[in-house]
Design a binder for this molecule. Sequence first.
Ligand code: ADP
Ligand code: GLC
Length: 483
Amino acid sequence: MRVLFATSEAAPLIKTGGLADVSGALPPALRRIGADVRVLLPAYPQVLRALANLRLETVFPARFGYPSSRLFEAKTKSGETLWLLDCPELYQRNGGPYLDEHGCDWADNPRRFGLLSKVAAVLSSAESPLDWRPDIVHCHDWQTGLTPAYLRYLRDPAPCVMTIHNLAFQGNFHANWVHDLGLPWECFKPEGAEFYGHLSFLKAGLYYADRITTVSPSYAREIQGEALGFGMQGLLSHRRNVLSGILNGIDLEEWNPEKDPNLVQGYTGKTLQRKQANKQALRQRTGLQVDENAPLFGMVSRFTYQKGTDLVLETAHRLMETPAQLVMLGSGDAALQQQARELAQRYPGRVSVTVGFDEGLSHQIEAGADIFLMPSRFEPCGLNQMYSQRYGTPPIVHATGGLIDSVDDFDGSNAETATGFVFGDMHADGLWAAMYRAMQVYDDKPQWRKLQENGMRRDFGWENSARAYLAVYKQTLADRSVH
Ligand code: ADP
Ligand code: GLC
């Protein structure tokens, strides 16, 4: 099975969130079960700096308002084949993949990701200049949403699987872009790429892809309803026969508490006492005071409405009436960043807030905290709650999406299987009740240890999910051969 995996970010080269973790770990997992995968990624400066030995594969001439671009092949350290789309005019800039240095969307994002989509489509058709052609093209989120639309107008197109990592990001742009990106106007209708008068990259993907997946079974159900469908619930429920949810895995090498180079001491379920040294080190690094008995709550996340950062900030005042401490790492919404900083100023030594993106610190929080907070309003899958279980840090999660599918709530009677705390009421009171519950169990050391061990034993590896994707690819090919 030859798979072209088209994505806008991939760890460890370029990462803003979970999509990068998936793009870094799923292709090798697919390769281990026999697939031949090429990962197509824009050649951002960070990516070019990290890779040596690039080999020029082909040059795409300027067309349809797209500047000319080049395709380079490179190998990652783990042996993955990358295809880097080099177009200096679009990708060689300071800033992030989607935002400039001031946190604003790049104004030409439609062109930047239109080109990525277009090249993915060309490489998956008879118009590809290369010998290697995929059996399947696997697209991710709006940034590659136009691929199946372009494919319709190319010769002998490969079938396309579209994965939704987050329906809230849709890539909706002014209708003029239809012309500017070389799409026929016939695409611009409700049965196509049009969404409330805009050109929607994601809608195009969901409409034209052969199959749709999302990153957990619960989220696959939720997005067919009004509450979490973000306006696309009608289309998604109409296409439910080709829509499925596959829970993400995690990279068990990257996130291994026994061998994690970011930790002062490695540990396993059998040597959990060593976790304590990591808690001390984390306190020291983040300026928290030493207090043997105080449970330490941790959070690593984008600071956004989705992640419930506001609820954590609200609840923190109550938490400060107990001996507990709080460490937060994240960035995003400017007002939330500011409120978080003010909270840390108000409770020095007890609340620590780091605004920014820090891979090392994120590992240290997973390891050094006692209890992990992830009260997302919605969560397609979520990875941190899985990392935290693997690091012996039971998570508190809201009952939504992938969080339901990956955390077993402790109800007082299931200490043999429970791995964390799940709450249903998305208000400060609901979160606080779960935090209070967690602190009570934390004080009961044998029971707490069971929860930690249960989480650490769970298999969150990619293998099962990679097999599920392979099954989807095969089904997609089988559907094509019938039609
Ligand atoms: P999302 O993709 O919606 O942000 P996920 O839980 O799927 O949420 O993945 C987030 C990923 O980004 C995780 O690997 C998490 O550790 C990482 N992450 C988020 N914020 C930060 C940060 N400020 N510093 C370091 N890593 C972060
Ligand atoms: C998105 C989602 C997150 C998911 C990640 C990887 O960013 O918000 O829930 O884990 O994609 O699939």
